[in-house]
Design a binder for this molecule. Structure first.
Ligand SMILES: Nc1ncnc2c1ncn2[C@@H]1O[C@H](COP(=O)(O)OP(=O)(O)OP(=O)(O)O)[C@@H](O)[C@H]1O
Length: 238
């Protein structure tokens, strides 16, 4: 579904991504882990088009998108949810989602957008809050709105950047269930997450980054037992 070859990005002297090769398969949930500063967000920013790579190539659904701007990637079905949620605070949950539905795909009519919003509101459990201004939501509801907003753009592949940050354990479990429902609805998911129980519970495969490079890729148990991964997390002062 997504193929990344030789992706590299520098910030001055810092190599945030170097020679990253990766494939995302349709229908999977792929977790991205690694110590602080490993390059996880940079990778997601390169995939969603917020950053352009210095080298390398990104293909989505067989089409090269390496230089495509973020909105074009969204139109093609590459969605993104952010760690820092920034809805329009005075607008209701419903109105915020209408923005995603109308602008996420060019040519979407009002009726179609309304149907999409009804679906994502049901999927994310936001129905009781549909008319609430987004600025009055709790943190968990904010996170749901962020997922719902991304879903309203009708992604085929959804990129999630630490959407559980700041949630209590019980809330994180709820979010795990929600991401499972999102996958069951036919959306492929790539997520960055620091909470290892969440990664273990959700990811079909895990990619581990360190110093901008992919150092391991496989099932959670395999990568957790990998000496290079253990060293990256435990073995040295950073
Ligand atoms: N816009 C930027 N300008 C300069 N340096 C940057 C920029 N964005 C990221 N970096 C640097 O690139 C490296 C990778 O950062 P990145 O945020 O991708 O890591 P991360 O794995 O997502 O980290 P964290 O888990 O702390 O969010 C870090 O050394 C970071 O300081």
């Amino acid at each position: 579904m997504l193929r990344v070859e030789g992706l590299s990005k520098r910030f001055g002297g810092i190599v945030a991504a170097y020679g990253v090769n990766l494939e995302v398969h349709p229908g999977e949930i792929l977790g991205v882990i690694g110590p602080n500063g490993a390059g996880k967000s940079t990778l997601l920013n390169l995939l969603s088009g917020l950053l352009r790579p210095d080298a390398g190539r990104i293909e989505f659904l067989g089409e090269e998108i390496t230089q495509a701007p973020p909105e074009v990637r969204t139109w093609k079905g590459l969605g993104r949810a952010f760690q820092i949620v920034q809805p329009f605070p005075e607008m209701s949950v419903w109105e915020n989602l209408m923005v995603g539905a109308l602008y996420g795909k060019p040519g979407t009519g009002l009726k179609q957008a309304q149907r999409v919003v009804e679906e994502v509101i049901a999927l994310t459990g936001l129905a009781p809050k549909a008319q609430t201004p987004a600025g009055e939501l709790t943190l968990l509801e904010d996170k749901r709105l962020e997922l719902a907003r991304a879903l309203a753009t009708r992604p085929k592949l959804l990129l999630l950047d630490e959407v559980m940050a700041g949630l209590r354990p019980a809330e994180a479990l709820e979010a795990v269930e929600l991401i499972r429902r999102i996958r069951a609805s036919g959306v492929t998911v790539v997520f960055i997450e620091h909470l290892m129980p969440v990664v273990q519970a959700l990811a079909d495969r895990v990619v581990v980054m360190d110093y901008g490079q992919v150092i391991a890729l496989g099932h959670y148990d395999e990568v957790a037992a990998n000496p290079r991964v253990r060293e990256a997390y435990l073995g040295r002062a950073r």
